[in-house]
Ligand binder design. Structure first.
Ligand SMILES: [Zn+2]
Length: 268
């Protein structure tokens, strides 16, 4: 499933080729994907590509196109054809098309003047300057929920999904069921560093290749080779060799090393 790193690889990849492209029109092929009116953005040019959490934001002269890929969405740039499973297509003056290709059809497209209408509810960007260890400590203070659902909560931190959460908690040696406000200062520092490290590393590898994800120009992400626990049930833990176990947390598959990620820490 596309998470922050995959969307980020679209942001950087598409910006390289598509800046300045002028929009000719657009078409919603699967009605539930979008109720956007593409007449509004006719003749506008692409100025910049941005990202907030897992949302890709395309800045135009006067509007923004916002895309959420959800489970299986990917973006294809074609020479004019429309791939199978396309839910929305945008046509450009140069004859190219940008297609949201999405066989499970959960992806969404919006056209807005103010991006806050769609992404204003999102929590802090984990790679931003504002996100510091001190800030994370404050954010955790009043949270009595479990760690993994909290990391997946897009209003808490934007962009972390299932595989990133498992990898982050493993690296930080924190059990997914730990209550957020029981973390010690040192654990919060590890958690903070793990969040930044895992997300940066995944971006550097171009994300992963789960399901139908393909980066811009069909380039595949290589981060799956670096995964330590996600979907590794039964394989030896890279640290202690104890087999990785799979548990269910908040209805999501969760992968842990029971040695490294203890639910109860021994008192100091
Ligand atoms: Zn282990």
């Amino acid at each position: 499933m596309p998470e922050l790193p995959e969307v980020d690889s679209y942001r950087t990849g598409l910006a390289k080729t598509m800046k300045g492209w002028k929009i000719k029109g657009g078409k919603v092929i699967w009605p539930r994907t979008s109720d956007a009116n593409f007449e509004k953005i006719k003749n506008q040019k692409i100025i910049e590509f941005n990202r907030k959490g897992k949302y890709l934001i395309i800045d135009l002269d006067n509007h923004h196109i916002i895309i959420h890929l959800r489970m299986t969405g990917r973006i294809d740039i074609t020479n004019g054809d429309t791939p199978k499973y396309t839910t929305v297509e945008i046509q450009f003056e140069n004859g190219k098309k940008m297609c949201l290709v999405d066989y499970r059809k959960f992806g969404k497209v919006w056209i807005v003047e103010n991006t806050d209408d769609i992404v204003g509810h999102l929590g802090i960007e984990p790679l931003s300057k504002e996100f510091t260890a001190k800030k994370l400590e404050k954010m955790l203070e009043n949270r009595s929920g479990r760690m993994k659902p909290l990391l997946l909560n897009q209003q808490f931190i934007a962009g972390i999904g299932n595989y990133l959460a498992d990898e982050i908690l493993f690296r930080a040696s924190i059990h997914p069921l730990r209550k957020a406000n029981t973390l010690k200062e040192e654990e919060i520092r590890y958690l903070y560093r793990s969040i930044r490290h895992i997300i940066r590393k995944s971006i550097n590898y171009g994300g992963t290749t789960f399901l139908t994800f393909r980066g811009p120009e069909g380039k595949k992400g290589d981060f799956w080779k670096e995964l330590q626990v996600f979907r590794k049930t039964g394989e030896p833990c890279p640290h202690c060799t104890k087999p990785i176990t799979r548990i269910i947390v908040g209805q999501r598959s969760t992968h842990i090393c029971e040695n490294k990620q203890k639910i109860m820490k021994k008192p100091d």
